[in-house]
Design a protein. Structure first.
Ligand code: GLN
Length: 195
């Protein structure tokens, strides 16, 4: 089982480490052709405007949209969540527009720019350690989107079929269970596709 990590910007090596702890092989994706060799894709945190620009420059917009159309799972963390969203609060143009959510960037304000907490996540037994860094929030979700966790009543983890999104950085802790959850999504999708 191979899971790609979009390697244009952000914490790529950390995601690859968490993927291997979760029992799959992590592959840094630098060219769009490489998407053909992986069964799932993680879009890491960083700066969503920069990631969006680089994705457009290197032809990833169509390639990732096609990847998603094939039902292959995609996991966006922090800036990666913003890149997946159909709508960004304010005037900003959205990027991939794959997930039926509205997001607010840098939603925790200056006082709480960066913090750690333990979250209850639906489908994972014990609380998950989450690192928030200038994190976005999910303001609204469409009918097909399941909310997996909230922090102070705000949505911070959600899933829409093969798409998973988290406001925080699961790759910056030793807790790899969210990666395990995603690897499980990838495993069941590719098992279904081979039938
Ligand atoms: N603040 C960044 C953005 O809006 C996201 C931060 C992150 O990925 N840690 O793109």
């Amino acid at each position: 089982m191979k899971v790609g990590v979009l390697a244009l910007q952000g914490a790529v090596a950390e995601h690859i480490r968490s993927i291997s702890l979760a029992g799959a092989e992590g592959v840094p994706i630098k060219r769009r052709e490489q998407l053909q060799d992986v069964d799932g894709l993680i879009i890491p945190g960083g700066e969503s405007t920069t990631i969006g620009k680089l994705m457009r420059k290197y032809g990833f917009m169509d390639a990732i949209t096609q990847f998603s159309t094939q039902g292959k799972p995609i996991f966006g963390t922090c800036a990666g969540l913003i890149v997946l969203a159909e709508r960004i609060q304010g005037d900003e143009e959205a990027h991939l527009k794959l997930m039926d959510i509205t997001v607010a960037r840098n939603a925790f304000g200056r006082q709480r720019e960066s913090f750690e907490t333990d979250l209850d996540v639906k489908g994972i037994d014990e609380k998950v350690r989450a690192v928030f860094i200038r994190a976005p929030l999910i303001l609204e979700v469409g009918a097909g989107v399941e909310v997996l966790s909230t922090y102070k009543d705000e949505i911070v983890t959600a899933r829409q079929r093969h798409l998973l999104a988290a406001s925080y950085h699961p790759e910056l802790t030793d807790d790899y269970r969210l990666h395990q959850y995603f690897v499980e999504m990838v495993r069941s999708q590719s098992a279904a596709a081979q039938k």
